[in-house]
Write a protein that binds this ligand. Structure first.
Ligand code: UGY
Ligand code: MN
Length: 248
């Protein structure tokens, strides 16, 4: 028998590991007939939000982006999407970036489709336009080596342009591949594992992690990862970029 009093999940001041065994569903306005798990939010001290939506028979996601932009990524399955008047079908690995001020509607979901979202309040920069809607497919995004290490590949899903204040990247580690150093930085992260497993070090604590797990790293949370096992480890992650801190 499984012991129900055990979990790998932890929630601390500077980081969290959320494994699916502890999920409790939320109901939020406009997202109907689906399971919604709010995995990272301001309620835990984060400056952005990360959710996971699992579709049921008549799922619809309807809303308008106001202060926050939203990045939607299809982890598995298929759905239709309309952003203002642009219509598309999205399947595994496809995504849409919805800037502020747009109406969105997702429907015609295949049952059990999983959609990941990252939400960030948009900080406009003088002299730069608000970005447009972007549709894309991770399979079409180049995957160059990261810092010259062939065991690591980094895909950047959004343009590197100062009109954007967030990045969403997919990081692939071959088994045994690891970050080249312990990172210590102001940028915050939220991630979910799409594949594989490994060990994450967060502020000098060590966590075994695997497909389906979410991690939150607050600004300056120290971080290092190594992939283990028989297949590559892959995570998709959020990062705030391209802006000064509040006091300069
Ligand atoms: O972009 C990053 O900061 C990335 N190298 N961090 C991470 O994967 N923990
Ligand atoms: Mn980092």
């Amino acid at each position: 028998m499984e012991i129900s009093a055990l979990t790998r999940s932890v929630v601390k001041g500077s980081h969290a590991v959320i494994s699916p065994d502890g999920y409790i569903n939320s109901n939020v306005p406009g997202w109907t007939d689906c399971v919604v798990n709010i995995l990272i939010s301001d309620a835990m001290g984060a400056n952005f939000c990360q959710t996971l939506i699992t579709a049921e028979e008549n799922t619809q996601l309807e809303g308008k982006t106001e202060a926050s932009q939203i990045f939607f990524y299809v982890i598995s399955g298929k759905a239709s999407v309309k952003i203002n008047n642009q219509k598309k079908s999205l399947s595994k690995g496809q995504f849409v970036y919805v800037p502020v001020g747009k109406e969105y509607l997702f429907d015609k979901f295949k049952e059990d489709t999983q959609v990941l979202t990252f939400h960030k309040e948009y900080e406009k920069l003088d002299g730069y336009e608000v970005p447009e809607t972007i549709f894309g497919n991770a399979a079409d995004v180049p995957a160059p080596e990261y810092l010259g290490d062939p065991a690591l590949r980094l895909q950047e899903l959004l343009p590197k342009d100062f009109s954007f204040d967030m990045a969403v990247n997919i990081f692939t580690y071959d088994s045994g591949g690891h970050l080249p150093m312990v990172e210590t930085h102001i940028m915050e992260h939220g991630l979910i594992y799409l594949r594989g497993q490994g060990i994450y070090m967060l502020d000098h604590e060590w966590y075994p992690v695997k497909k389906g797990d979410t991690i939150w790293m607050a600004p300056y949370c120290q971080q290092w990862f190594t992939a283990m096992g028989k297949e590559p480890a892959v995570y998709i992650y959020y990062k705030n970029v391209n802006r000064f801190p509040a006091i300069v």
